[in-house]
Design a protein around this ligand. Sequence first.
Ligand SMILES: C[S@@+](CC[C@H](N)C(=O)[O-])C[C@H]1O[C@@H](n2cnc3c(N)ncnc32)[C@H](O)[C@@H]1O
Length: 256
Amino acid sequence: MSEYVLDHHQDGERRRLALMSRLLDPLHRRLLDLLGLSPGARALEVGCGNGSVSAWLADRVGPGGRVVAVDLDLSLTSLASGVEFRQADILAGPVAPADFDVVTCRAVLHHVGDVAQAVANMVGSARPGATVLVIEPDFLPVSVAEPPAVRDFWQGWLAWSREQGIDYFLGRRLPQLLSAAGLTDVAATAETELYNGGSPWAEYWRQTISQLRARLQDSGRLRTESIDNFLARCTDARWWTQTIAFTAAHGRIPGG
Ligand SMILES: C[S@@+](CC[C@H](N)C(=O)[O-])C[C@H]1O[C@@H](n2cnc3c(N)ncnc32)[C@H](O)[C@@H]1O
C-alpha cells in the first residue's frame, strides 16, 4: 500500500486541502470544460483529496452521468451528492477497466512511487476515445526566486522532498509519460502564479511549512533561521515571488 507524506490526520490538513481547492480548482475546472465534459459522461478523479473537483464534476455530468473519486484516505472528503467515493491505491490497478470518458488527477502523481504504473492504471480505467488530464507541479520557478535566502530555502525543501520520494519536477515529464502510455493528441501547458506575502498562496506555504516544521528541522535539510526567514516573507505584502509551474497535460485514448 502506498503512503502519503502529508497524512490527512495531521493538524491543519483539512484547512490546507481547502486552500488548495480554492487555489487550483479554477484551473482544473477550466481545463476540464475546455476538453469537453458532457451531461451523462462517466468521470474518474484519482487522489481526490477533499473531493471538491469530484463534486463539481458530478454537477457537470448530471444525474445521467457517473463520478467515481478514489483516494488512499477518504477521511477529509465532504459528502457530495452524485459522487461515488472509493478508498483505493491507484498503483493497485485500474479502478474499473475501460470504463470512463474522462480520467483526471491533480497534485497526486508527484507523490507516487511508480508514476508510469499509476498513469498506466489511469489509462486502463478509460474507455477508447476518452480524455485523460493530469495536473502536476514543476518547481522550475524557484530557481529565480528572490532574495537568494529564499532560493536556499527552496533548495533545502526540495532536498527533503526528494528524500520523501516526492518528485517536484514531474510537470516537465508529463507529456512524455502520457505518450509512452499510448495516448494520442498529447498536449501540455504550464501556469505560474506570481504571489505576494499575505496572499492565499503565501498562506498555503505558511501552513504547509509550519505543519512540517519539526520534520524539516530534524532532517537537517533546513536550518531554523532559513525556515523563520521564509515564514516571515510569507506575511510581507511587499515580497513577490513565484514557486510552481502547474503543468497540465492531456491526451486521448486511441479508438472510440
Ligand atoms: C496533495 S493532495 C491533492 C489532493 C487533490 N487532488 C487536490 O489537488 O486538492 C494528494 C492526494 O493524493 C492522494 N494519494 C497519494 N497517493 C495516492 C495513491 N497511490 N492512490 C490514490 N491516492 C493517492 C493523497 O491521499 C492525497 O489526498
